[in-house]
Design a protein around this ligand. Structure first.
Ligand SMILES: CC(=O)N[C@H]1[C@@H](OP(=O)(O)OP(=O)(O)OC[C@H]2O[C@@H](n3ccc(=O)[nH]c3=O)[C@H](O)[C@@H]2O)O[C@H](CO)[C@@H](O)[C@@H]1O[C@H](C)C(=O)N[C@@H](C)C(=O)N[C@H](CCC(=O)O)C(=O)O
Ligand SMILES: Nc1ncnc2c1ncn2[C@@H]1O[C@H](COP(=O)(O)OP(=O)(O)OP(=O)(O)O)[C@@H](O)[C@H]1O
Ligand SMILES: N[C@H](CCC[C@H](N)C(=O)O)C(=O)O
Ligand SMILES: [Mg+2]
Length: 490
């Protein structure tokens, strides 16, 4: 594509001479990826400033630079007011506006995004649609999986990926949209058809200045839902009416809203709920009829996830019967309430709860099914919201009989400082601190008696532990299995 075509995304006409004769081979935001005839966009990051890499980019073959400030360069250089926005729009143009060509569902909220996307994958697959998934665990095209760095990738990667999904025959994109992504313009220029809101509770206050700012970021997904007056391409917002923030979310969009929840006013709701250790049952009440649901997913919070997915399925014209079959067939989501079963006489559950609200929900669920003692092994991530640390610790000691506080991903923080943040204000003393996560898990496994339940929280599906800048192999499920087997050998 030539430069003139790419620059057509700008709200004005620029004066770069002969732009229509400059052929662009790729758009890059990382100088290390620049090749011959690339257009290099300078992004001011949190760690470094992309403007400092212009020389390297030109050396590697960049023929055009797009920057936010005056820079020295010997190739055509364009100054724009917002390179993040330019990157998103130019990438969308370069890859042929792929998000306009595939139905797109975006899921946002503090907890439940990954779970809802995998429920939706099951629903659409049962409806014979090929799905593309982008989220915390991985990127998926049909059943092919690819690793991913962020829950919601930057706009360049995103547009390229959705273009690939389009060319590989994906019928439905289902993606998690994090608040960071919304705030950092990673989804600018994406044409979402359905936006789903799960819930809002405390997280990421290291990044967002306040809960209001966090909510404002979440609401952007709804604000950017495009025009649906044309009946051929309708847009919908799917909103959890039971969440106190739902009003603001609903008021952020001009598109039709479908609400879900347990509230009688919800368009889609659950009635006759039965929560059991082996799964859940409820009546799914919808504007087009009711149907009985049985699922292996455990806990009230998963009813909300199922309602969110069912609502998005309904506005996508998926029949109730398919919703019923899909929710019955899904076994669970990797690292979410995942049992570690080595035939031991106590239970071990690995879960991704890493916020106060999710930890409370998962521990309450365990309390409801427990026949004996509950142990929780949990830590808090480094370089992340410090204010959630004491809250998570006090939830742990309140709901469990014994808490074992340990490291999550300390990243560049001192692990002991994180643990001190967790335990400093505690008034209970039913806890131990064992910094080494492997030792902490073994300790809990060795404590457990018949019918006890151990919850290992915070890292779920993760297969690494980041200490400093290094990621070491670490999988809670594997570490727990080994600890159980070692215990049984003794
Ligand atoms: C705080 C944050 O979001 N940081 C993101 C940001 O990194 P950064 O600002 O540090 O980037 P940087 O290293 O300063 O680089 C700035 C620019 O210089 C360029 N550069 C850099 C080096 C070089 O040699 N040459 C060069 O051109 C870079 O390509 C970039 O364009 O841009 C990177 C590329 O897009 C992201 O991967 C990175 O996410 C980091 C890894 C991260 O941990 N983000 C978390 C907080 C996050 O976004 N989480 C949410 C999920 C939260 C949830 O669901 O709970 C997510 O969506 O993942
Ligand atoms: N609807 C929900 N409400 C509250 N807690 C939930 C809900 N769904 C899941 N959880 C809890 O939150 C944890 C994370 O769930 P999930 O991975 O689906 O959320 P997420 O929003 O994708 O998280 P992340 O922001 O890390 O991507 C689960 O392991 C579970 O403990
Ligand atoms: N998407 C979340 C994941 C947190 C997972 C937890 N294990 C941690 O490392 O804090 C984040 O980046 O804040
Ligand atoms: Mg997620």
């Amino acid at each position: 594509m030539n430069l003139k075509e790419i620059l057509s995304v700008l709200p004005y006409t620029t004066e770069i001479p002969n732009a229509d004769t400059i052929e662009i081979s790729s758009i890059e935001m990382d100088s290390r990826k620049v090749k011959s005839n690339s257009l290099f966009v300078c992004i001011q990051g949190f760690t470094v400033d992309g403007h400092d890499y212009i020389d390297e980019a030109i050396k590697k073959g960049a023929v055009v630079i797009v920057a936010e400030k005056k820079v020295k360069s010997n190739v055509p250089t364009l100054i724009v007011s917002d390179t993040i926005r330019f990157l998103a729009m130019a990438s969308a143009k370069f890859y042929g506006f792929p998000t306009n060509k595939i139905p797109m569902i975006g899921v946002t909220g503090t907890n439940g995004k990954t779970t809802v996307t995998y429920l939706l994958e099951e629903l659409f697959n049962h409806h014979h649609k090929k799905t593309g998934i982008i989220g915390t665990i991985q990127m998926k095209i049909g059943s092919d999986v690819f690793p991913i760095n962020n829950t919601t990738p930057d706009s360049l990667f995103l547009q390229k990926t959705i273009r690939q999904m389009n060319s590989e025959g994906v019928d439905q994109v289902i993606m998690e949209v994090s608040s960071h992504a919304l705030d950092l313009g990673r989804v600018y220029g994406c044409d979402f058809d359905i936006a789903v809101f799960t819930n809002l509770s405390q997280d990421h206050l290291d990044y967002h200045d306040s809960m209001d700012e966090y909510l404002r970021a979440k609401s952007l997904l709804f604000a950017q839902l495009g025009n649906s007056y044309d009946n051929t391409n309708r847009k919908y917002a799917i909103v959890n009416i039971d969440d106190p923030s739902s009003n603001i979310i609903r008021r952020s969009t001009a598109q039709p809203v479908m609400t879900y929840g347990l509230n009688v006013n919800a368009d889609v709701r659950a009635e006759n709920i039965i929560l059991e250790a082996s799964g859940t049952r409820f009546t799914l009440v919808t504007p087009i009829g009711d149907i009985e649901i049985r699922s292996r997913l455990i806990g009230k919070f998963n009813i909300y996830n199922m309602l969110a997915a069912s609502s998005a399925a309904l506005v996508s014209n998926i029949p109730l019967k398919i919703i019923q079959q899909s929710l019955a067939s899904i076994e669970g989501v990797s690292g979410r309430f995942e049992p570690v079963d080595c035939n031991q006489n106590f239970s071990v559950i690995v879960d991704y709860a890493h916020t106060p609200d999710s930890l409370k929900n998962v521990l309450q669920t365990i309390k409801d099914i427990a026949r004996n003692d509950i142990y929780v092994v949990v830590g808090c991530g480094g370089d992340r919201d410090r204010t959630k640390r004491p809250q998570m610790a006090s939830i742990a000691v309140k709901y469990a009989n014994r808490a074992i506080f340990t490291s999550d991903n300390p990243r560049t923080e001192d692990p002991q400082v994180i643990l001190n943040d967790m335990t400093n204000g505690l008034t209970h003393n039913n806890y131990e601190v064992i910094q080494d996560r492997k030792k902490a898990i073994s300790y809990a496994v060795n404590l457990a008696k018949e019918n006890d339940i151990i919850l290992i929280a915070g890292k779920g599906h993760e297969t690494y532990q980041q200490i400093g800048l290094t990621k070491y192999d670490f999988d809670d499920r594997e570490v727990a299995s080994n600890a159980i087997l070692a215990k049984e050998k003794r």
